[in-house]
Design a protein around this ligand. Structure first.
Ligand SMILES: NC(=O)c1ccc[n+]([C@@H]2O[C@H](COP(=O)([O-])OP(=O)(O)OC[C@H]3O[C@@H](n4cnc5c(N)ncnc54)[C@H](OP(=O)(O)O)[C@@H]3O)[C@@H](O)[C@H]2O)c1
Length: 345
């Protein structure tokens, strides 16, 4: 296949609102984004842009890489699924069978609310024993999994607390078949350079929670001997961690530095640990859970319908579906739970 250099214009002075995971602007500009990949070197504003080169298989350039990768533009992705009547995407229940979770021992971080709580409910309803690592517990959770299975007061940024909790989990029976790293944080305000809204403390906090958090938990689980043979280490990350997709989803706007950097760091830690832990027989998988209607995305409420946001109970099935499928063959992969396809780095 012929490769040539494509020049992509990146505006340094874009002002329009950008958004992260599913972007309104990404959505709006996605075709423009593709056009800019395809049509080479016309800068959108000659006085305010710089250019950079990307090497791509442009002659047949297809964002989906022939269907083997998911689509960066979230609106287009959702529209394509509807056009193709893709049941895997539109109705996860049509392919999902949670039976395999029966009798499994699953640790879920941030299982007290949002997607984590739904993952917990779904796994329990299929006969799994779910242990929850969280900062604060609640009655609903304790009724669901049993008070003794809630390890509360544990912040994933606190190495000592995480290690202590995993040792306790080991002493309480250990033998975790799955560790689902779901706890995450997305700073509410939009960060940009040009509006002078960068918040470095928040950036470090997000990197600590979303980047280091899963590494801390997984490492503590390994060291404590809390894993069963062939355990699956699952990391709920975000498509926001894909550098390549920033050219579409944050086109001409950038923004949300801390969150996106934290997920890129998360992805790097996962790939490194997938390589390191092969010899132990533990797989590591990175899952973008899709767009879920939770507190985290409430700020994007107005685009929930347009961009295919689902109830977190659906998101939970999507995550568990891919978690169950993960194996030593797929270790280190970064997948979109909406369609099961890979996301480029
Ligand atoms: N919703 C989406 O569309 C979407 C898209 C892409 C990725 N994700 C990822 O999916 C995961 C779940 O998201 P969500 O939508 O359910 O978010 P959410 O409703 O905001 O819930 C976040 C969960 O993470 C926990 N958490 C936050 N900081 C923590 C810390 N320092 N230590 C321990 N727990 C902490 C929260 O616990 P507290 O109750 O103690 O705050 C809560 O349980 C996150 O990792 C998120 O980044 C979500």
């Amino acid at each position: 296949m012929m490769f040539r250099s494509i020049v992509v214009s990146l505006s340094l002075f874009a002002t329009a609102e950008a958004w992260v995971t599913p972007t309104t602007s990404a959505a709006t500009h996605s075709h423009a984004a593709l056009a800019s990949f395809e049509s080479s070197s016309k800068p959108s504003s000659p006085t305010t842009t710089r250019t950079t080169s990307l090497s791509m298989a442009d002659d047949n350039f297809d964002e989906t890489r022939g269907g083997t990768y998911s689509i960066a533009d979230q609106v287009k992705r959702f529209e394509t699924a509807k056009k193709e009547n893709n049941q895997r995407y539109l109705d996860i229940a049509s392919v999902y069978n949670g039976g395999e979770l029966s009798g499994k021992r699953i640790l879920v971080t941030g299982g007290n609310r949002g997607l984590g709580l739904e993952i917990t409910k779904e796994a329990v309803s299929n006969g799994a024993t779910v242990l929850v690592l969280c900062r604060s517990s609640n009655d609903e959770l304790e009724e669901l999994v049993g008070k003794w299975n809630v390890y509360s007061g544990v912040d994933v940024t606190d190495t000592e607390a995480v290690e202590k909790a995993l040792k306790k989990i080991k002493n309480d029976g250990g033998a975790l078949d799955y560790v689902i790293n779901n706890a995450g944080y997305f700073y509410e305000k939009k960060e940009t350079i040009l509006d002078n809204t960068l918040n470095f403390d928040e950036q470090l906090k997000q990197i600590d929670i979303c980047g280091l958090g899963p590494l801390r938990v997984n490492a503590a689980a390994v060291h404590a001997g809390a894993l069963s043979e062939g355990a699956k280490l699952v990391i709920v990350t975000s498509q926001a961690g894909s550098c390549e997709w920033r050219f579409t989803q944050n086109k001409d706007e950038g923004g949300d530095y801390g969150h996106h950097m934290s997920r890129a760091a998360c992805n790097m830690a996962a790939v490194l640990s997938s390589e390191e832990l092969k010899k132990k027989g533990y797989s590591v998988i990175l899952l973008h859970p899709g767009f879920n209607r939770t507190e985290m995305t409430a700020k994007y409420k107005e685009i929930w319908d347009k961009e295919g946001a689902v109830d977190p109970s659906v998101g939970a099935k999507r995550v568990l579906y891919e978690a169950m499928k993960s194996s030593m063959e797929t270790t280190g992969q970064f997948l979109n739970c909406e369609d099961g396809l890979r996301i480029p780095w």
